[in-house]
Design a protein around this ligand. Structure first.
Ligand code: UDP
Length: 570
């Protein structure tokens, strides 16, 4: 296997099966064989004579060649007693003590199994309204978010990572102003990402500069009005301050709700890429685009035949996951199997562009993104239709927006996940994000330095006789290649990192992928530290105009501790 050291380390520390003393009792190859066997086994449910061994070999090769990886819970739990394989869940929060705490419990069970949960808090009555049974005063959505946050704090996901949550509040909820500021202090509600659920009516009011209505979640009566522009500016200011809240466009999630008869989509999973109905779950998987290239006499190009074959196997894999998955609750089993949503996405996109000699921040780069994702979703649908011929359409197909088309096995096929861990395992850039930094200097234990260089940059510089440790140190220190005189312009143009790219291009790329993704796109728009609230506002408006389903921004240095730092040691 061609796995780099970081990938190996992540698997050894967190994914391989351990004995009671914490010693690994599985090899990396063993992990992939365990997963391949467990997932291929589902074929016998549809065909007693299926050649499971041959399929397992295909899945094994797919994963060990780092061409496709399923989301972390599948790698951790497939073929093991727990058997919970999905990364994404949405749970309902109804407005009663029993139901709120039932959901706290269910979320804890999901976190324990490695999944992340999203919730809409919009049904909860506002702070200060009366509680009938006691005559007391309700504490409101934000105070219950703190309860969920504390519960999450106590439960580690499968003992390997802390639980992740998404909290959403509709912009017309009377407590919206409290919600916007609830993460003002960086130490607060840390196990949640939060997003304001924006409506089209609200956006129209922003554009017209008029007030909009606040609605009581129970009586649906109008209980107040706020200036849309002022609320929008507050959201922008808070996001500028420390990256939260993000926004999601609720009406767009519901425009693309494939089975409207099942009710409204009110929330997404923690990182925002997977809108789901209450009690619905979804398993994800990502194709490493770097492995979908071929070298020809004229240079590198995308190998569409290989990509096509990979999409076919990946769809088969993800559909099988639904069968062998052990769901945390019977109702999640039932709801998930009624639509059979899966989320195939990509990673290594920025690395692929560099290989092709294209800049992320160019119209050509954006066009390639759009073309690749169009191809993947079109082929994914075709393969899901193929599966439907032998396995049947998803049970709610006749009620879905696709009812007049050829039957589909899966209500949705594509999603762009962040691939936070998968991209480390595969040794490529994450999701559709640009490369954050091409060179890192790592301090190893005995205080010696280890230089980590993006392999495509290393190869490019070596070919031109430009590679040296000294130059790498310089790039690591600067964080970008942009201002280093020794590096030729054509290389600088291609090896752009997150902060060389204008927020506008970040959004353009997100929109290009969104146009051809069934679900949503996980993407963070990076700003430099000196960006203004006006810059952030423009990006929010651009994302709205370009039909994105949401936006998340991050301004460098706006939190004391951030995951990635420019020009510093990892
Ligand atoms: N997720 C989670 N906890 C984490 C990271 C991710 O629950 O610490 C869930 C969450 O729903 C997220 C999804 O997994 O949206 C996909 O995240 P990512 O692609 O980064 O996960 P990976 O499969 O790479 O571990």
């Amino acid at each position: 296997m061609q796995m780099n050291k970081n990938g190996q380390t992540v698997l050894e520390r967190r994914y391989l099966i351990k004995d009671e003393h914490g010693q690994n009792i599985e090899t990396v190859e063993g992990l992939f064989r365990r997963v391949a066997d467990a997932i291929a086994g589902a074929d016998t449910l549809f065909d007693k004579k299926a050649d499971v061994r041959a399929l397992s070999d295909q899945f094994y090769d797919l994963m060990t060649n780092l061409e496709f990886l399923p989301n972390s819970p599948t790698l951790m739990n497939a073929g093991r007693p727990l058997g919970q394989l999905s990364a994404c869940f949405v749970l309902p929060i109804e407005d009663s003590m029993e139901e709120i705490f039932e959901t706290v419990k269910n979320a804890a069970l999901i976190h324990k199994s490695g999944g992340g949960t999203g919730f809409s808090f919009s049904r909860l009555r506002s702070a200060g309204s009366t509680v009938k049974t006691t005559g007391g005063v309700a504490s409101g959505p934000v105070s219950f978010m703190r309860v969920f946050n504390m519960a999450t704090e106590a439960v580690k996901q499968g003992g390997t990572r802390r639980g992740a949550n998404m909290g959403i509040l509709r912009v017309d909820h009377p407590d919206i102003l409290d919600f916007i500021d609830c993460k003002k202090n960086n130490a607060d509600i840390t196990n949640f990402n939060i997003s304001v659920g924006i409506t089209e009516d609200f956006m129209k009011a922003v554009e017209l500069g008029i007030d909009y209505d606040l609605v009581d979640p129970h009586t649906k009566e109008v209980v107040g009005q706020l200036s849309a522009k002022e609320v929008f500016d507050k959201i922008v200011e808070a996001a500028w301050r420390n990256g939260e809240p993000g926004i999601i466009f609720l009406d767009r999630l519901n425009r693309d709700n494939v089975v409207p008869s099942q009710g409204e989509i009110e929330s997404t999973n923690p990182c925002g890429e997977q809108p789901l109905l209450p009690f619905e779950s979804c398993n994800l998987g990502s194709i490493n685009l770097c492995q979908m290239l071929k070298e020809t006499d004229g240079g590198w190009e995308l190998d569409y035949d290989k990509l096509d074959r990979t999409v076919g196997l990946a769809i088969h894999f993800l559909d099988n996951v639904i069968e062998v998955n052990k769901y945390p609750l019977p109702i999640i089993d039932e709801v998930t199997k009624s639509t059979r949503k899966i989320g195939l996405g990509v990673m290594g996109f920025a690395d692929m562009l560099a290989r092709l000699g294209l800049s992320y921040n160019s119209d050509e780069g954006v066009e390639v993104g759009e073309k690749v994702m169009d191809f993947i979703t079109t082929r994914a649908k075709a393969y899901s239709q193929e599966l439907a011929k032998t396995r049947g359409a998803f049970p709610l197909f006749a009620e879905s927006i696709f009812k007049d088309e050829a039957p589909l096995r899966n209500a949705t096929c594509t999603t762009i996940a962040p691939t936070g861990t998968l991209s480390i395992i595969a040794g490529c850039s994450s999701g559709v994000e640009p490369v954050f930094a091409y060179v890192f200097i790592r301090n190893v234990m005995d205080n010696t330095e280890m230089i980590e260089v993006n392999p495509i940059l290393r190869e490019t510089l070596e070919k031109r006789g430009l590679y040296s440790d000294e130059l790498m140190r310089k790039i690591a220190k600067e964080g970008t290649l942009a201002h280093i005189d020794e590096i030729p312009e054509d290389i600088k143009k291609v090896f752009v990192c997150s902060h060389d790219i204008s927020p506008t291009y970040h959004v353009k790329m997100q929109a290009a992928f969104q146009r051809h993704t069934d679900n949503a796109v996980s993407k963070t728009v990076n700003f430099t530290h000196d960006a203004t609230t006006l810059d952030v506002r423009e990006v929010y408006m651009l994302a709205y105009r370009l039909d994105c389903k949401g936006v998340t921004i991050y301004r460098d240095g706006s939190r004391d501790s951030q995951v990635l730092n420019i020009g510093s040691v990892k």
